[in-house]
Design a protein around this ligand. Structure first.
Ligand code: GCU
Length: 681
């Protein structure tokens, strides 16, 4: 089983269509690799592996161009003046971009894959191979592409004991006990998979950080990983526990204004950069959910972030400072807190600080309106934080294609600088002209044989990387690509299964939290329904805080008559969210407390509409099962069965969600279930 699953989207299956193979071979007869660097070798070996496996022909890697129809790979500096001239203007790409171009040279047709740097060439090679993986034409190529964000990074919430916070795919990949001398092949395969989708950074440790990672005993191990990842264009970052100067430095305080503390961090940075010259920097969770931070000393987030920024600045490092803050002392509306706290800091952070903001204002729900901070801090680089691991979306048991969710957020219009100022434009810096840009994804990777627990969860890792490269990419394109690279190019498979993936996101919203409901998962683990939970010490940890169901209706009033959270959005957006008439129904109960008899746009009462949405979610999963059951002949038996079993669980649990939520809310609505909704058994 492991073999196919383990290979992710880099299957390079042999093409069985002879006509297609001969078409490819009429364009590709050899490989020429001009570089000798480690990255060049990785690129040429990958090209050789992919071409040989897919086209069933041996390709030698040569250093000189002597044949017709070769794929020539090498960075700009390695290309002859003649080839450079054929390629044209390198200013079209950035430092990590690539150009793939068919050129006519000395009477011969050649394909050149190049970039300003070797890593661009590597990205170009993966792109070229993807064309063949997905059966695309490779005649007369002229592809010019660059990543639209600088930091495209996975956040591993991995602990030093190898447990993974919110991880559902086994234990951490990082085997701290065997590092630095034992290099697990998985580290290399991990780097390769990430490079193939353009991910260029990894935070190795949990945001709820353990200071021990910053001791020399561990830094030696981090260095070993950095050495593995470097040729794949991947930088290593760590989480910094704010109280580390006390815990491992022997100081009495971690006050960011204390000179000894600032010095301690400066020395720590020096020590790290001596080992890892291209160390990326720190990710920090401070004064959130009990984590230490500058506020423990009467200082603020700016003081904390800037002090750390000074420590890494001489080495080119960055500080990714998280805006995920909320406090039990403000029970009014958790959704408002990050904005309220951070927006006043706009323009006050040092240049090498980027504020990392979750996609929504609560916490990685199946659906949240975009976070109001996006576009609201024009003088501060903001990076997106998505969650790839499915903390609130059925762990690695439910099939949910997240790029659809990511796209919905990225395409949301903030209106902060007029119409068309989407979240994607905030993130890629085009709106604010900030130099630092980035997207982070909380990783769903563990040491399971298939990396991500659910075979289809691999698509979420893949899709995250593709969207980090280009935040405007269509999730339907991503689903299509991933399926072709991972399973089959057969149209009879692709069409229904891609549609199933696209629909899977709305399905999970429907059977868990339709019409804007949120955070009604059972407490702590967040798996399964728990709308009734009300006994936790912090009010905002209780699901009842979010749905506020009572005899009059259901939903959280965030309009003017409620907490007025809508006012945190640009006036155009606030106006839409504020009234019942204009608020999109998908967000209705996020922003409004609505009576059970309220008439939805389709004429149904809210109660009936809600119940029917829950039923629709169940039906959608049933439909997913039907689609999958028809796919057996296109998929290897092991992966087919795995997905089949998982879908069966998902179906059972979709019904569990429907029944639990409807029976619970029915106590308040006091109404019968409408026709079309199955009675709970
Ligand atoms: C959620 C999650 C925590 C995590 C936190 C964070 O609350 O449940 O496990 O630590 O987010 O993003 O910091």
């Amino acid at each position: 089983m492991a073999q196919k699953d383990y290979k992710l989207w880099l299957q390079y299956d042999k093409k069985t269509d002879a006509e297609l193979v001969s078409k490819y071979l009429s364009n590709v007869q050899g490989i020429v690799s001009l570089g000798n660097a480690e990255t060049s070798k990785i690129a040429s070996n990958e090209l050789q592996l992919g071409l040989q496996n897919m086209l069933g022909k041996k390709f030698e890697i040569k250093a000189k161009i002597d044949l017709d129809k070769t794929v020539i790979i090498g960075s700009k500096a390695l290309l002859s003046a003649e080839i450079q001239k054929e390629i044209g203007n390198f200013d079209q790409i950035n430092e990590e971009g690539f150009i793939i171009k068919t050129i006519f040279l000395k009477g011969k047709n050649q394909i050149v894959i190049t970039g300003k740097k070797e890593v661009g060439v590597l990205y170009g090679v993966y792109n070229f191979l993807r064309l063949i993986q997905t059966n695309k034409n490779i005649k007369n190529l002229n592809i010019v592409d660059s990543p639209k964000t600088n930091i495209r990074i996975l956040n591993h919430w991995d602990n030093l004991d190898r447990t993974v916070e919110r991880g559902y795919a086994g234990f951490s990949l990082w085997n701290w006990q065997k590092l630095p001398d034992f290099i697990d092949q998985r580290y290399i395969d991990y780097a390769r998979a990430n490079a193939s989708i353009g991910i260029n950074g990894t935070v190795l440790t949990n945001v709820n950080a353990n200071a021990l990672i910053l001791t020399s005993q561990y830094l030696e191990k981090v260095e070993a990983l950095a050495n593995v990842f470097r040729p794949y264009g991947i930088k290593v970052y760590l989480t910094a526990r704010f109280s580390a100067p006390i815990e491992i430095g022997g100081l009495k305080t971690a006050d960011p204004k204390d000179a000894d503390v600032a010095n301690w961090w400066k020395n720590k940075a020096k020590e790290i950069y001596k080992r890892i010259p291209d160390f990326g920097g720190f990710l920090v969770k401070a004064n959130s959910e009990g984590q230490p931070g500058p506020q423990n000393y009467g200082r603020d987030h700016v003081d904390g972030a800037n002090m750390l920024a000074d420590a890494v600045a001489p080495f080119g490092g960055v500080i990714m400072w998280r805006a995920f803050v909320y406090s039990e002392h403000d029970a009014n509306d958790r959704a408002k807190q990050a904005y309220a706290e951070f927006v006043t800091y706009d323009g006050k952070f040092k240049d090498n600080v980027i504020v990392q903001v979750k996609n929504g204002a609560i916490d990685f729900q199946p659906r949240e309106p975009f976070h109001p901070m996006f576009g609201a801090m024009p003088k501060t680089p903001l990076m997106m934080e998505f969650q790839i691991t499915q903390e609130y979306l059925g762990f690695s048991t439910h099939l949910v294609f997240l790029p659809k969710l990511f796209q919905e957020v990225l395409a949301s219009d903030t209106y902060q600088k007029g119409k068309g100022t989407t979240v994607a434009k905030v993130i890629d810096g085009s709106l604010t002209k900030t130099k630092l840009t980035g997207i982070a994804g909380v990783s769903n990777i563990g040491n399971d044989l298939n990396w991500t627990g659910h075979p289809f969860a691999q698509a979420n890792w893949y899709g995250f990387g593709r969207l980090a490269w280009n935040p405007e990419l269509d999730s339907e394109v991503i689903a299509d690509e991933w399926l072709r690279c991972t399973f089959s190019n057969d149209e009879n498979f692709i069409k229904p299964v891609a549609a199933m993936m696209i629909e899977s996101r709305e399905a999970v919203v429907n059977y868990m939290t339709p019409l804007g409901l949120h955070h009604i998962m059972d407490t702590g683990h967040h798996y399964g329904p728990g709308p009734w939970v009300s006994n936790l010490s912090r009010p905002e940890w209780n699901p009842v805080y979010y749905h506020k169901a009572d005899k009059n209706g259901i939903g959280f009033d965030r309009s003017k008559t409620g907490t007025n959270a809508t006012a945190q959005y640009a006036p155009e957006v606030a106006k839409i969210f504020s009234t019942l008439e204009t608020c999109p129904e998908k967000d209705l109960l996020w922003f409004h407390h609505v009576s059970w008899d309220y008439k939805l746009k389709n004429g149904q009462t809210l109660w009936n509409g809600l119940a029917l949405k829950y039923q629709e979610g169940v039906n959608q999963v049933k439909n997913m099962q039907d689609v999958w059951n028809k796919s057996a002949k296109y998929v290897d038996e092991d992966r087919f069965k795995e997905v089949q079993m998982l879908l069966e669980i998902q179906y059972k649990e979709a019904k569990w969600w429907r029944d639990a939520c409807l029976l619970y809310f029915q106590q308040y609505s006091g109404k019968e279930l409408p026709a079309g909704v199955e009675k709970p058994t």
